[in-house]
Design a protein around this ligand. Structure first.
Ligand code: F6R
Length: 610
């Protein structure tokens, strides 16, 4: 939550900061601001609202500066007002911050008693005052920041400037993401790589405790925890700037839905050998001997990634018969879980920075489990702290509602399950080959599934005024019902519930009347007959039935007029195909309701606070 950007170099910093903030807006978008150095004075411009409001606000001034920092906020402490927007200032010190200072209240009260005046309700402002206290003692910015942070508890990524040391930016990382970009005679700080991808692909991913000093000449990094200068590891990022653009689509969400054939193809490329019938375990730092011994798996995540975890349990238990427990990360971390030694935790996270997921991952490690992270962001905290990483190569996901990250997570879980089944000798070579074959056909089938676009639009037009929606699924597609409901809720603000269809009679059936659209996931699988009965129950109570079914499924077609037809796949891959019309439906309904699809209210893409 919250996005940070900083620039120092020979170009005008202001458009670079604004452009960077636009790329980071998915992290928070209730207020924004920049600070810059001009004529040896620091200027701060902030406003409530989105980056375009900030852009409009500063447009007339035509500010030119070669160094600056910026911030887009998702409020935690204090309302989204101008005074609470970042950068915050005390004397000549300005700070942008992502994270939460847990002991800010005590620090603030103490400083207030000494006469320091605070102008915001934020936790961040204490950092400015603390640094100022030390610069007033004659310390340079690095030393003052180092001393200041000794008082601070919590998670933070900060960018700092000092009016009296005009040619540098300081960046410090502790439990919130922060990366540096290296250009020629120019350097960047940012919460996420797309913020400066237009200018450079050379990146340093900061470690906890790293304090980086950026000047036009270079970057030096001192680790506050290790008390020593650290070597910089520069990584070349393969993402291209166009990957972080809308590419002609109206919204990132729609672009990302239509990118899925490519994203899935990239996620499977080079990951297995059809001839040998093996998954390339080395790439994920996994060994077959370790998988062979595995008797228990925990799958932990939040939100949409948690739905992927639920599907993972269905795949692993059905294919390999290894017991799995699925947890929402915020529950796992506090529920005193029983984690037998030698268990594996699979954490699933697009961003790799979700605070609860990271805490659950750390808890599992503390209890002696190995951790495999299924993650989309290279070098993210989850990836770095895990014992093994399965990167989903879906490319940057900018739309707040996760789509392509979700289906590539499911793809990763499918491959992992095959590897586990092979290690445990649960599948023969022929069966493994058949599973790989089906996987190779998946991008094409996803392409085909996307052809339901027009049919989905029609359904969206019919039901976009509904006040409630019900999604029903069974078995491996029950989590997809939850996913459909979550997407609709978060981007269209329609109340929606996902239910295992068998639970209908235990309560939710009371909701059904002629105003309620009910979407049933009815693939041709072992529970088709069961869900058909549930659909009859909906129909006989006047509910408006929509079904997603396999093409040629006459049993569904004879019962329902609104049917979205999906291509056939094996059982394990149906959730990928069946999630496509649900994501599209949420999208088109949200558009018809004139909602801000890419930036739904109250949400942020990376939930880096608890
Ligand atoms: C919903 C959505 C969220 C995320 C959740 C976890 O569309 O995107 O529910 O799935 O916040 O985020 P990651 O996967 O980054 O840990």
């Amino acid at each position: 939550m919250c996005g940070i950007i900083g620039y120092i170099g020979s170009r005008n910093a202001v458009p670079i900061l604004i452009n960077g903030l636009k790329r980071l807006e998915y992290r928070g978008y209730d207020s924004a601001g920049i600070s810059f150095l001009k004529n040896n004075k620091i200027g701060v411009r902030r406003c409530a609202g989105k980056i375009k409001d900030l852009e409009l606000y500063i447009k007339k001034e035509k500010i030119v500066s070669h160094v600056g920092i910026g911030h887009t906020r998702w409020a935690t402490h204090g309302k989204p007002t101008e005074s609470n927007a970042h950068p915050h200032r005390a004397g000549g010190i300005v700070v942008v911050h992502n994270g939460i200072i847990e002991n800010y209240f005590e620090l603030k009260e103490g400083m207030k008693k000494k006469g320091q005046v605070f102008t915001s309700d934020t936790d961040t402002e204490v950092i400015c005052h603390l640094i100022l206290t030390y610069t007033q003692k004659g310390y340079d910015l690095e030393k003052a920041t180092k001393e200041a942070l000794k008082h601070v508890e919590g998670a933070y990524a900060i960018g700092v400037m000092n009016e009296f040391e005009p040619d540098k930016i300081l960046a410090v990382k502790n439990d919130s993401p922060l990366v540096l970009g290296l250009g020629k005679g120019e350097h960047f700080i940012a919460s996420d790589i797309p913020a400066f991808l237009k200018y450079t692909r050379d990146v340093i991913i900061l470690e906890n405790g790293d304090m980086a000093t950026l000047t036009t000449e270079g970057i030096s990094i001192f680790n506050l925890k290790k008390s020593k200068t650290v070597k910089q590891k520069v990584e070349k990022i393969s993402w291209t700037p166009t990957m972080a653009e809308k590419g002609g689509y109206k919204h990132f969400m729609l672009k990302e839905i239509f990118e899925q054939p490519r994203a899935i193809a990239d996620t499977i490329r080079g990951r297995f050998s059809l001839e040998k019938g093996t998954v390339n375990l080395k790439e994920f730092s996994l060994r077959e001997s370790m998988l062979k011994k595995l008797n228990k798996i925990f799958l932990v995540a939040c939100g949409t990634s948690w739905h992927a975890a639920m599907v993972g349990k269905y795949i692993i238990e059905d294919m390999v018969r290894v017991p799995c427990e699925v947890d929402i990360a915020s529950e796992f971390r506090y529920r005193q879980p029983i984690v037998p030694r030698g268990s594996l935790m699979i954490v699933i996270t697009q961003s790799g920075e979700t605070a609860d997921t990271l805490a659950a991952q750390r808890e599992a490690k503390r209890l002696g489990a190995k951790v495999l992270s299924i993650c989309n962001v290279v070098g993210s905290t989850s990836a770095r702290e895990a014992d093994g990483v399965f990167y989903t190569h879906s490319g940057p996901e900018i739309g707040v509602a996760s789509t392509k990250a979700f289906t590539t997570q499911l793809t990763a879980l499918y491959l992992f399950s095959i590897a586990l089944a092979k290690a445990k000798e649960k599948l023969g070579a022929k069966e493994i080959k058949a599973l790989f074959h089906e996987l190779l056909l998946l991008p094409e089938k996803v392409e085909k599934a996307l052809q339901c676009d027009d049919a989905v639009k029609k359904i969206a037009r019919k039901y976009h005024r509904a006040q409630d929606f019900l999604y029903l699924g069974r078995g491996i597609n029950y989590p997809i019902a939850l996913e459909g409901a979550l997407k609709l809720k978060e981007i269209s603000y329609i109340h929606a519930e996902g239910y295992p269809a068998g639970e209908m009679k235990h309560g939710p059936i009371a909701l059904i009347d002629h105003n309620l659209p009910v979407l049933a996931l009815a693939p041709d699988d072992n529970v088709l007959e069961k869900i058909l009965s549930n659909m009859e129950e909906v129909k006989s109570r006047g509910g408006k039935l929509i079904a997603v079914a396999h093409e040629g499924s006459s049993k569904v077609r004879s019962r329902v007029s609104n049917v979205l037809s999906m291509p056939e796949t094996n059982y394990y891959l149906t959730p990928i195909i069946f999630s496509i019309p649900l994501h599209l439906l949420a999208y088109y309904i949200a558009v018809l309701r004139k909602c801000n699809v890419d930036q739904p209210r109250n949400l942020a893409k990376s939930v880096t606070v608890e």
